[in-house]
Write a protein that binds this ligand. Structure first.
Ligand code: FAD
Length: 641
């Protein structure tokens, strides 16, 4: 199969406008003849469901949560980017486009990223109209702050609860459509398979998480808005329930997986404190606007936060400010994370494990006053204090990098369609716009761009092409077979009755992934990890213990299915990391570093999207390459100095 990105020709600033004009339309009266399934009601899914319902399509929306408000999107803290240039500090659509391409280390599609920058401005208007309470300045204008990888302030925020407020906005819009009868909402329903007939996506199979009932649903198109797969690492900042099963099962039905090894490690998380943990907590990147990151110039074993004041100014190494004077503490996440690891590897880390660096607000508090800092970050400071017991108004925070986001995901073309016609992926579930490293505050932007402003145009083109008669009812044998397969999968998990819990397998997988496919990767380590994952997967299928039964609320069973998928996806991530013998963004191959220890790309060999095609169980996948064309931005060694 030849990958066709469908990025339109023409000048970068005109591609999306021209494309919208060239797309086929479904006339308003005919929209009600089409059914669309949306899996996931986080920011991407809720915005898509609300928009498509408003347009007149019949939407069925699914989530495994008890309410759309529980989606992981609600956890987003720091903000959402938009090229509004309210600050008059030199921002523009082109600059946001440029920063995002550069921030992604030149591994994203120019056409997609420019479109994202264009529609970013509409997102803010849309959300303000919904009543999202963005922070405002004294004069009443919306306020902005800076995020990593940018020298302008373009991040809109609602204290440290931006995701929550945006999701409430989208949820309100979604509820309006539910009340209008245009969206039917299925909560506590987990999608466990996609049904493909004659090469097109026709529907899904779900399991009711309360009763265990397995059901079929058919539609003209299926949208997966099912989030990212950071939890393959077990410990991550993602919500505990986040998983890859929807995307993975679609992958097994023909949807290619793009750049699976591109994972984001966020520099400012609360460090791991022991084996008991099941979740890591993010301290928003917005804190790096005012927090200064440092370690002692010479190692001080076990340095506590309350002893930080004993280290004299001249004995401190503000390593980000020293190495990157232009961007200082606001270098992109991959750069900040790698540098934190380096100083800890040198033995200069702080805290009981030595795997932490300080983020210090004392200068900002002296300069702006405690009240101002409280207004900007109050809830984040409270959260930090509740978790660690330290008061960050008085002592520095201790932070360390942790897995946070996955840039990889289902491969989609410019229309957000996967390689299965009629199957789309939106938000974090697709691989689309962030290349090898996502800039902060751009995931919310992308999810909402996809849902509010891209899919409402592009899906019409497909639906108008197939026509409303091209739908298959759920009594088709493919659906019956789909139901039987899902039930058989559930029974298989319950029948093993082994000795090890699902969590034990998951934790073991996470340790392998973090050690060998985390912040730095090497051929030797990855090769070793591949074998370890294969062995762990074999053991899982003979020794996992899943208690309870199929026809009841059974969270062990839910987790077991998800971990089984992670055990397969993990191996694909390793294969992808092995294949990409260059460093770029968050993917750091030890064999490919500059003299200064920065990621060294190999554009001649790797300026492509790796799109993997599933073959058969436990068999190597086929690699397809989508060459990336850079017509507007010159590929250079990324520098933030
Ligand atoms: C702590 C934290 C802070 C963050 N802060 C920011 C920030 O400040 N700015 C920013 O831009 N980004 C931020 N991000 C990233 C951002 O929050 C996410 O990338 C984004 O919210 C993902 O949205 P989504 O709609 O794609 O997926 P999600 O919000 O993860 O939604 C996924 C949906 O899919 C459903 N689902 C999944 N699988 C299935 C299935 N099989 N069956 C049924 N339903 C299913 C879930 O129930 C859920 O409704 C942050 C991330 C974290 C972890």
């Amino acid at each position: 199969m030849k990958l066709d990105s469908k990025v339109p020709e023409g000048p970068i600033g005109e591609k999306w406008t021209r494309h919208k004009f060239n797309l086929k339309l479904v006339n308003p009266a005919n929209k009600r003849k089409y059914d669309i399934i949306i899996v996931g009601t986080g920011l991407a899914g809720a915005s898509a469901a609300a928009s498509l319902g408003e347009l007149g399509y019949n939407v069925k929306a699914f989530t495994y949560h008890d309410s759309p408000r529980r989606a992981h999107s609600i956890a987003a803290q720091g903000g959402i980017n938009a090229a509004k240039n309210y600050q008059n500090d030199g921002d523009s659509v082109y600059r946001l486009f440029y920063d995002t391409i550069k921030g992604g280390d030149y591994r994203a599609r120019e056409g997609n990223v420019h479109r994202l920058a264009e529609v970013s401005v509409n997102i803010i208007d849309q959300c303000v109209a919904q009543g999202v309470p963005f922070a405002r300045e004294y004069g009443g204008l919306l306020a902005n702050r800076s995020f990593g990888g940018a020298q302008v302030s373009r991040t809109f925020y609602a204290r440290g609860q931006t995701g929550q407020q945006l999701l409430l906005g989208a949820y309100g819009a979604l509820n309006r459509q539910i009340a209008n009868g245009k969206v039917k909402m299925y909560t506590r329903s987990e999608m466990l398979d996609v049904i493909v007939v004659d090469g097109k996506a026709r529907g899904i199979i779900t399991r009711d998480l309360v009763t265990g009932k397995v059901e079929a649903h058919s539609a003209h198109a299926v949208l997966l808005c099912t989030g990212g797969y950071s939890n393959v690492f077990y410990l991550s900042t993602s919500a505990k329930a986040c998983n890859a099963s929807a995307a993975w099962r679609a992958h097994k039905k023909g949807a290619f997986f793009g750049n699976p090894c591109f994972t984001q490690i966020h520099p400012t998380c609360i460090p791991v404190s022991g084996d008991h943990q099941s979740k890591l907590t993010l301290m928003s990147e917005s804190l790096r606007n005012d927090g200064r990151v440092w370690v002692p110039k010479t190692a001080v074993k076990g340095l506590k936060a309350k002893e930080a004041a004993n280290i004299k100014e001249e004995d401190r190494d503000y390593f980000l400010e020293r190495k990157y004077p232009s961007f200082g503490n606001l270098v992109p996440r991959d750069v900040a994370s790698r540098n934190a690891k380096t100083v800890c590897d040198e033995g200069r880390g702080v805290g009981p494990t030595g795997l932490a660096v300080f983020m210090d607000f004392s200068d900002a508090i002296k300069r702006d006053g405690r009240k101002m800092i409280e207004q900007k970050y109050g809830n984040l400071f409270d959260m930090y204090q509740q978790i660690t017991g330290d008061n960050p108004y008085e002592v520095p925070m201790m932070i360390f990098p942790a897995v946070h986001y996955t840039m990889g995901g289902l491969w989609v073309d410019y229309n957000l369609m996967t390689t299965v016609p009629g199957l789309y992926a939106l938000g974090e579930a697709n691989f689309s716009d962030h290349g090898a490293n996502r800039l902060g505050a751009s995931a919310l932007m992308q999810g909402l761009a996809d849902g509010y402003f891209v899919i409402p145009y592009t899906i019409g083109d497909y639906l108008a092409t197939i026509g409303w008669n091209d739908k298959i009812a759920t009594d088709h044998p493919a659906f019956t077979e789909g139901i039987e397969n899902v039930k058989a999968g559930v029974d298989r998990l319950l029948s093993i009755k082994g000795n090890k819990t699902v969590d034990e397998f998951h934790r073991q997988l996470g340790l392998i992934m973090w050690e060998y496919c985390g912040m730095s990767r090497s051929e030797t380590g990855l090769t070793k990890a591949k074998k370890m994952i294969q062995d762990l997967r074999s053991e899982f299928w003979t020794n996992v213990s899943v208690l309870g039964s199929a026809n009841e609320l059974n969270q062990e069973l839910e987790k077991a299915g998800r971990v089984a998928d992670f055990l397969e996806l993990g191996e694909l991530m390793i294969d992808d990391a092995l294949n990409r013998n260059e460093s770029c963004g968050g993917h750091f191959r030890e064999e490919s570093a500059t003299e200064e220890g920065e990621a060294k790309r190999n554009d001649d060999a790797f300026a492509y999207v790796a799109a993997w095609e599933y073959t058969r169980e436990s068999q190597p996948e086929n690699l397809h390459k989508e060459e990336l064309r850079f017509e507007n931005v010159k590929l250079t060694q990324r520098s933030y100095k």
